[in-house]
Design a protein around this ligand. Structure first.
Ligand code: IMP
Length: 427
């Protein structure tokens, strides 16, 4: 029996979907425990590409059951579309399960996400660059104790009475603060109750199910979304997502007990990317940044936005490794660096004359941090066909070794291309 958590160790988009897909072969259950449709987990099977937003990326494994846990915020319309598309592509959906306690993203959440972003823009503070999927407003309601949960959608009267209370609050906000049109109780109630009817067959008491699986000695994989630097507590606040993205939340987002996890693996890219606003000390706005963006296909799967690119940030990397207590790390996209003559790694920040080895708490300070770089020679050859760690060029081995030292974590695998099988197991 193993319980493994796969966690993004940067600002998301590290390639977690690909790793979950590979690890799911050995797993009985794969669980998403936070976030929602803001995620875009990407898997290639041969020449076919799958992108998962809410369904765990483990669904392509022939046997793994996939749970959308209580910690996820679910957009039912988008989820039904994702499920239909998967079914059309031959994926067996009887292995999909949805927690009855997961919160539902309602139309007012998506609307408020857009209006709040517009308001931030207008106020001159600048927007957060959210995915506008309603993620933040849905988590706000969860903690304000006015959220609608999946179980509520299944009872027509209970749903109506809960919705009536919350919608009257939301309509005041929409009309009086944002001067927008009120939303119709009848329309939302009818539409979302219908979604509940369609989703009913997937809904389970997920924490009891997972606890039973644990007792039966099954292998469970916890699939993190976004990345540690977007964590609501430890990320570059307020330029973060609204959930806890670190391994510590995989328990409360799934209902598994804290001591059940045997292994935490962190996924890093050989460089770093960020989508949306917020500080990024190692950002490259020159031709190297553009090279990384093009070679790494750095375009957001959920929003189509171009990702910002930069050198590997070792300060943030070590911070993420310690926060998650990483047992191992997986390094993605080594091949993207193949053509570079030299490669830089940020090992410290310079901030107002001081040297920092951990990120400061405020965005204002983070924005003033200047990266201090170490420079290593590139390998300048194609690594995409390599299958054995011994065959890696010496300069690539040196780069990997140095990253291991910086993040204080052994690197167990390195990816050299987007396809299944382009992963080298390290010794
Ligand atoms: P939200 O999660 O939509 O509220 O967006 C908050 C911030 O997190 C924005 O900067 C988004 O671009 C970023 N974000 C959210 N989900 C992802 C993801 O899956 N990958 C990368 N960035 C993300």
């Amino acid at each position: 029996m193993t319980v493994t958590a796969v966690i993004g160790a940067q600002w998301g988009d590290e390639g977690k979907g690909r790793i979950v897909d590979e690890l799911a072969i050995e797993s009985d259950v794969v669980v998403r425990f936070q976030g929602g449709g803001n995620a875009g987990h990407h898997v290639w099977v041969g020449d076919t590409q799958f992108t998962f937003h809410q369904v765990p990326a483990g669904i392509l494994s022939p046997k793994a059951h996939c749970v959308i846990g209580n910690g996820v915020v679910i957009d039912p319309a988008d989820l039904l579309t994702e499920l239909r598309e998967l079914q059309d592509r031959g994926v067996e959906l009887s292995r999909v399960h949805i927690s009855d306690r997961a919160h539902v993203i309602m139309p007012y959440h998506k609307l408020l996400d857009k209006l709040e972003e517009r308001e931030r823009d207008a106020s001159g503070t600048g927007n957060l660059g959210t995915t506008t999927r309603g993620i933040g407003p849905a988590y706000v309601d969860k903690y304000a104790r006015i959220g609608i949960r999946v179980a509520d959608l299944l009872d027509v009267d209970q749903f109506r009475s809960r919705l009536a209370i919350v919608l009257s609050q939301k309509n005041k906000m929409l009309t009086q603060i944002y001067h927008s049109e009120p939303l119709s109780l009848e329309k939302i109630h009818g539409e979302y109750f219908a979604y509940g009817l369609e989703l009913r067959k997937y809904v389970i008491d997920s924490q009891t199910y997972l606890q039973d699986q644990l007792r039966e000695g099954k292998n469970i994989l916890l699939e993190g979304a976004q990345g540690s630097l977007l964590d609501v507590d430890f990320g570059t606040y307020p330029y973060v997502t609204s959930s806890s993205t670190v391994a510590g939340n995989s328990y409360s987002g799934s209902g598994l007990p804290p001591r059940s996890i045997n292994h935490v693996t962190g996924v890093f890219k050989t460089y770093i990317t960020r989508v949306g606003s917020g500080p990024m000390p190692t950002e490259l706005t020159d031709e190297i940044g553009e090279h990384l963006r093009i070679r790494g296909y750095e375009v957001g799967r959920t929003t189509g936005r171009q990702r910002r690119t930069g050198w590997f940030d070792g300060v943030a990397g070590k911070y993420a490794a310690r926060l998650n207590g990483l047992d191992s790390a997986i390094l993605m996209k080594l091949d993207v660096l193949d053509r570079l003559p030299t490669i830089k790694i940020c090992t410290e920040y310079s901030y107002k004359g001081a040297r920092l080895t951990t990120p400061p708490p405020t965005v204002e300070a983070q924005q003033l941090c200047e990266p201090i770089y170490e420079e290593l020679p590139g390998w300048r050859c194609d690594t995409t066909k390599i299958t054995n760690a011994d065959e890696l060029p010496a300069a690539a081995k040196t780069y990997i070794k140095r990253l291991e030292e910086i993040i204080e974590t052994p690197i167990s695998a390195v990816s050299v291309g987007p396809k299944r099988g382009q992963t080298i197991q390290m010794k």
